[in-house]
Design a protein around this ligand. Structure first.
Ligand code: AMP
Length: 265
């Protein structure tokens, strides 16, 4: 497995593979890898001849009061996991931005609402780094997790609008045995906070099972139930297409989740 730190070297490696007719499948991450990330790597394996994982904690998608500094960075373990999964190259730059960088990618529809409303500028940072990464890794396919549903919406729109020659694939949400969607941020949770956090998937699951309800009714019910949970602050419950999406905060940790509604909604 190659571990690549420079943009030029990654671009040259990608060019060599492409010239040999090999299909590149790409999984962008911020590291602190868990089974959710690894499920995307396995999807990539099926979709491409060469698999590239990027590990980069992207500063431009964190707000000034967010957890950029304390975001976990277990680099050795991440590389070991990638090696075990048969990843061909890990792209792990120390920085991706020049100090005088003056260009940003701003998506102006899918970025509104939900996390966009609660994390101003977040999706500008995401869109910008993803376009940069796609230009560096030059993949045929890029895999993103449905856990970050709005991120998928934004990226699909950016790729469409900018005619980027890449296919975006969504991988399903991977959960722990209690139903909590895996996230690198779950490691911030104390045992008590974990109990509180479990209400997020529990409420979404309960609301999903209400066969007769419309999406609006489900939204309202999820909102009411989550607001009643002690120790949990609701950021939003909001429908987006067939998905009911929610974000909450437990202690200092922000958690997001979504379920697909297949009933009346
Ligand atoms: P992150 O490292 O949090 O930026 O996530 C990197 C990629 O992994 C993103 O496409 C996420 O949506 C995806 N991902 C994170 N958690 C999960 C999960 N529990 N199940 C599936 N994909 C996930």
């Amino acid at each position: 497995m190659e571990v690549i730190g420079s943009v030029g070297r990654m671009q040259r490696q990608a060019a060599v593979w492409r010239a040999a007719g090999l299909k590149i499948a790409f999984v962008p991450t911020m590291g602190a890898l868990h089974e959710g990330h690894l499920s995307l790597v396995r999807l990539a394996r099926k979709r491409g001849d060469r698999v590239v994982v990027s590990i980069y904690v992207n500063p431009t998608q964190f707000g000034p009061k967010e957890d950029f500094a304390r975001y976990p960075r277990p680099r050795r373990r991440d590389l070991e996991l990638c090696r075990k999964e048969g990843v061909d190259a890990v792209f792990a730059p120390s920085t991706l931005y020049r100090s005088d960088a003056s260009t940003r990618v701003i998506e102006t529809e899918k970025s509104l609402g939900r996390c966009g409303r609660h994390r101003p500028g977040h999706f500008d940072g995401v869109a910008t780094v993803v376009v940069k990464l796609l230009n560096i890794v030059q993949p045929d396919v890029a895999i993103f997790g449905q856990k970050d549903a709005q991120q998928c919406d934004v990226i699909e729109r950016v790729v469409r609008d900018l005619d980027l020659p890449v296919k975006i694939v969504r991988g399903p949400i991977v959960r722990d045995r209690n139903g909590l969607a895996l996230s690198s941020r779950n490691t911030y949770l104390s045992a008590e906070e974990m109990e509180v956090a479990l209400n997020l998937p529990r409420v979404l699951r309960a609301v999903k099972s209400k066969r007769q309800m419309t999406m609006r009714q489900r939204e309202r019910m999820a909102r009411e139930r989550l607001r009643r949970v002690k120790g949990l602050t609701l950021d939003y419950v909001e429908a987006a297409g067939a998905y009911l999406c929610a974000a909450v905060r437990v202690g200092g940790t922000r958690l997001i989740d979504n379920v697909r509604i297949t009933g009346n909604g």
